[in-house]
Design a protein around this ligand. Structure first.
Ligand code: SIN
Length: 171
């Protein structure tokens, strides 16, 4: 997918709380038909080859929605984002809903057949893995706590994220 003009990128994980890229504008937004899950393995940011951490991806969820933050970025920023999201994520086109209307944008999604995909596990097991793992970008625990904090600060609720967060904090 060649991008030639400023484009909206929908962030639903670390992109919400860690912006190491320039952007022209950012807005809270929503995508419909997707749910955020800690089902993607992270060998490169929040874990290691022999002990991957858990980060979020999107799973198809008819009737549900995922709230996040969208960033309007120049085309050249995608080189950085592609590198940052290289461990199993691919760009897909998505409809992003803002309070003021909708746009077609891009989201990075790690699909079920990528090699780093971990899939579901009981929250208590995911929390144990998250509390144990760390990688070049920091601890997996920080990833979860910062995501939960960022969602709360935007007034969003996400049962899955908050449930995993509570197990992480309980341990
Ligand atoms: C995103 O934040 O939109 C993608 C997943 C991640 O980098 O945590």
């Amino acid at each position: 997918m060649t991008i030639t003009q400023p484009t909206w990128v929908f962030g639903y994980g670390s992109l919400i709380w860690k912006q190491d890229f320039p952007y022209l504008e950012s807005r809270p937004g929503r995508i419909t038909g997707w749910a955020r899950r800690f089902w993607q393995g992270s060998h490169d940011h929040r874990g290691q080859d022999h002990d991957p951490g858990r980060v979020v991806t999107l799973v198809a969820a008819p009737g549900e929605h995922c709230d996040g933050r969208a960033f309007l970025v120049e085309p050249e920023v995608f080189e950085h984002l592609d590198h940052r999201e290289k461990n199993g994520y691919e760009r897909i086109a998505v409809e992003i809903t803002f309070e003021s209307g909708g746009v077609t944008g891009i989201v990075y999604r790690a699909c079920e057949n990528n090699v780093a995909f971990l899939g579901p596990a009981p929250p208590v097991e995911m929390a144990a893995q998250i509390n144990r793992c760390a990688g070049p970008s920091g601890s997996n625990r920080e990833y979860v706590l910062e995501l939960a904090r960022a969602l709360r600060s935007m007034g969003y609720s996400d049962h899955h994220v908050f449930e995993v967060e509570s197990w992480v904090l309980a341990r």
